[in-house]
Every structure is written in structure tokens, then in C-alpha cells.
Design a protein around this ligand. Structure first.
Ligand code: UD1
Length: 419
């Protein structure tokens, strides 16, 4: 298994081009199941998760053609309506095939999902939404068996709390339902707007995406389109935080700075300088101390849970005490013991972590525990004295395109080693 080896202590300097968003690409890919015409996605990230979803789509009879930075998927006919355990367990987003297959074929059998081990992560909201649209749902031997003999019907759905996945899944199912669907308390993430824009380009009638109330007028048929995946705000935030943590100057290009409105003031408060122009963001810190900043994760437009671990890596080196509260997932502090192995002083109590900043971190052997946590260990390793080895990097490859190349181009002494 590969590991990443980092010699710490070198400031970052250079430019990083941000890839298309993994979390958007995965839902856009699933949308191909809704039409018998080709869907072409450009600005596609090349990641383990997207390749993996490509295999799952092939299992349904989708012809997947992989180009450089683009991906064409053609679901002319669905040759299967079953997503087996082996293809779903590795990635939670695969579960989102259920709604589209059900909407198009009026039946679907999909294994319950796996994915990052960050809490229980049930799918009750997804299933309740499909039931509200008239689906009959049975759970049997780890599978969801769903049917809607006359097709799905529009419904008014009020989510008890905000869920990105359930909002997207409901949109993917409702576009081909009969009549109007209204989603109340919907998630407002940029990835949801991206999905709505792509579905609308395919002929869907979705309004209000990006707001709490989304309305979908069902249509009989969707067609193909060509659509560019939105830049990855989490990848951009990860490199911005790495620059602020390690020091130096990094310019991010192909970035949507407006999608990280909650992050920029916090980075500035921590002591880094953030300069934005129309197409890029420059993050700099030259020898000035890192200040402690409290943060809590929230649904968009609040601070993203997917940047919590990376923010914590920065706070480990602050000149004071900070508190980070995780409100979205109940078990998302698995990076804390790993950061502690590098000399960080972190106490976790329930949903809060108290981070007492230390003057320096020391290189150590650490283990990636989930996708975003892996990125926090890399930033800590680049800021630390000595050598850090990050094991289990397959987590990292799920969601960061060529991370060691992008950071290496900014002067980081980082390499991938085959074991
Ligand atoms: C998506 C993102 C993930 C991000 C998360 C929150 C993808 C592929 N993943 O995950 O990177 O961290 O949004 O921004 O886009 N929940 C339930 N029942 C449900 C659905 C969710 O209890 O049916 C809970 C979850 O366990 C979690 C919370 O709701 O505690 C929010 O989860 P959700 O917004 O659905 O996250 P995902 O869509 O899984």
C-alpha cells in the first residue's frame, strides 16, 4: 500500500489549479441514469471515487468513455436495476443511484452504503423522501428493494434536518416524477446548485436550488447535455489552509472564492493574508504567528465539516487555545490522536475538541483515517520538523487529485512511496 513521506519545514510557494468538485461530480455522474442520451461532464476530477462510480454505472449498462478531464456516460438502456453490495459498500455516494434507477425503471435494488467511517450515517431521510413520492420500500438482507409501479409522484417533503445527500437524491428522483415536488429545509451547498443546473440543462424544471425551498416540476423525459463540474471548494480550502499552516504564499486558480465565504475571515483572523481577484485567491503567511480561532461546523453557508480536520491542523500551531465544534457528524475527530502523535495537544470531549497550540510539531508515522483527515495530516507534516509518513493513503486518493504533485510544485518535500 502506498504511503506519503514528507520532509517538513519548507514554506509553500507557487500556484495550484483547483480540480472539479468530487462531491458534485459524483451526483452529476448519477444523473446520466435519467436519460437515454449521452451526458458529457467536463472539468472532471480523476479520482478513485469517480472511477469507482464509473464501474458501478457500467454495471447498469451505461457506456462510460473516459477522456482527459472529461467523461461521457451513455445510459441508452438500463441492463440492470441492481447495485450489488461490493459496488456500493466502498462509497456512500453510490447509494444515490437508487432514486434515478427507480424513477426511470420503476424499480431498483441497491445495497445499503458504506463510505468514510465518520459516524453512523444512516439513509432514513433518503428513503422517507422516496416513500413520500410513492415508492414502496422494503429492506432485506442489507438491500433496499424499491418499486413504484406507476412511476414516482410529486410530493411535499420537509426534511427534519439538513442533509446534502437526501436533498440531491430527492432532486434526482423528482425530476421524472408526475407533478410537483417541493423540498423544504433543503441543503444549500454549491454542489446542489451544480446538480440542479445540470439537470435543468438536461430538460428538468428545478427552481430554488441554493435556497431552503426547492421546487421541481416533473417532466416526462430528460435529454443529454455537456456540463462543466464546479471547482472543488473543499480542495481549494484545503490548500488555502495548508498555506496558512505551513507558511509561504500559494495562489489558487480555477477557484470559486465565493463558495468559501465562511473560511476566508477565519484564515485572516488566524493571521494569514488573503487577497482575492476575479479568478484567483492568494493566501500568504510570512513568519507571523498563528492565532487561535474558535470554529464550529455547519451546513452551507456555514463552515464546512469537510475542512474541520484541516483547520485543526492549523490550530495545533496557534499561540493560544481554540475550540473546534463538530455539529454535522458525531464521530469526526479521528485525526486528533494522529495529530497528537506529532506533538499536538488536543482534548476531545463529545462534539468539541480543545486545541492548545504548541510552538512546533514533530514528524511521526501517522495513519490516514478518512478522506479529509488525511489532508490535515499532510499539512501538519509539511509544517512539522523532520519526517512524517502518512499511511493508508487510499483515503486521500478517493478525493484529492495528485495532491503530492500539486504540493510538490509549491516546493513541498513530499513523495509517494510504494510499500
Ligand atoms: C455530503 C458530502 C460530505 C460532507 C457532507 C456534509 C458527498 C459525497 N459527501 O455527505 O463530504 O461531509 O455532505 O457537508 O457529497 N443523515 C441522517 N439520515 C440521512 C442522511 C443524513 O441521519 O438519511 C445525517 C448524517 O449522518 C450526518 C448529517 O445527516 O450526520 C448530514 O449528512 P449529509 O448532509 O447527508 O451528508 P452526506 O450527503 O452523506
Amino acid at each position: 500500500m502506498d504511503k506519503i513521506v514528507i520532509e517538513g519545514g519548507t514554506p509553500l510557494s507557487g500556484q495550484i489549479s483547483i480540480s472539479g468538485a468530487k462531491n458534485s461530480a459524483l451526483k452529476l455522474m448519477v444523473a446520466c441514469l435519467l436519460t437515454d442520451e449521452p451526458l458529457e461532464l467536463t472539468n472532471m476530477p480523476n479520482l478513485r471515487d469517480t472511477r469507482f462510480l464509473g464501474h458501478l454505472l457500467e454495471n447498469f449498462g451505461v457506456k462510460v468513455t473516459d477522456g482527459v478531464g472529461n467523461l461521457t456516460m451513455h445510459a441508452k438502456t438500463l441492463t440492470s436495476t441492481t447495485a450489488p453490495y461490493d459496488l456500493v459498500r466502498k462509497m456512500r455516494a453510490s447509494f444515490n443511484v437508487l432514486g434515478p434507477v427507480l424513477a426511470r425503471a420503476h424499480k431498483a435494488k441497491v445495497s445499503l452504503p458504506g463510505g468514510c467511517a465518520i459516524g453512523a450515517r444512516p439513509v432514513d431521510l433518503h428513503l422517507n423522501a422516496l416513500k413520500a413520492m410513492g415508492a414502496e420500500i422494503e429492506l432485506s438482507e442489507g438491500y433496499v428493494i424499491a418499486s413504484a409501479s406507476g412511476g414516482l409522484k410529486g410530493a411535499e417533503i420537509t426534511f427534519p434536518f439538513i442533509s446534502v445527500g437526501a436533498t440531491e437524491h430527492s432532486m434526482l428522483a423528482a425530476v421524472l416524477a408526475k407533478g410537483e415536488t417541493v423540498l423544504n429545509n433543503a441543503a444549500r451547498e454549491p454542489e446542489i446548485v451544480d446538480l440542479a443546473n445540470c439537470l435543468n440543462a438536461m430538460g428538468a424544471k428545478i427552481s430554488g436550488a441554493g435556497r431552503s425551498e426547492v421546487t421541481i416540476q416533473g417532466v416526462k423525459k430528460l435529454g443529454g447535455t455537456k456540463f462543466a463540474v464546479v471547482p472543488d471548494r473543499i480542495e481549494a480550502g484545503t490548500y488555502a489552509l495548508a498555506a496558512a499552516t505551513v507558511g509561504g504564499a500559494v495562489r489558487l486558480v480555477n477557484v470559486r472564492s465565493d463558495h468559501l465565504g465562511s473560511l476566508w475571515p477565519l484564515i485572516a483572523q488566524a493571521g494569514a493574508k488573503v487577497t482575492m481577484d476575479e479568478n484567483s485567491v492568494l493566501v500568504e503567511r510570512h513568519g507571523t504567528p498563528i492565532h487561535p480561532v474558535d470554529v464550529e461546523t455547519q451546513a452551507y453557508p456555514g463552515f464546512p465539516t469537510d475542512l474541520q480536520a484541516q483547520f485543526m491542523a492549523m490550530m495545533c500551531l496557534a499561540d493560544g487555545v481554540s475550540i473546534i465544534r463538530e455539529n454535522i457528524f458525531e464521530n469526526r475527530f479521528m485525526h486528533c490522536p494522529e495529530l497528537s502523535r506529532m506533538g499536538a495537544n488536543i482534548t476531545v470531549s463529545g462534539r468539541e475538541a480543545i486545541i492548545r497550540g504548541v510552538p512546533k510539531l514533530k514528524g511521526a508515522q501517522v495513519m490516514a483515517t478518512d478522506l479529509r483527515a488525511s489532508a490535515s495530516l499532510i499539512a501538519a507534516g509539511m509544517a512539522a520538523e523532520g519526517t512524517t509518513e502518512v499511511g493508508r493513503v487510499y483515503h486521500l486518493d478517493r478525493g484529492f487529485e495528485q495532491i503530492e504533485v500539486k504540493l510538490g510544485n509549491c516546493g513541498a518535500r513530499i513523495k509517494r512511496v510504494k510499500e
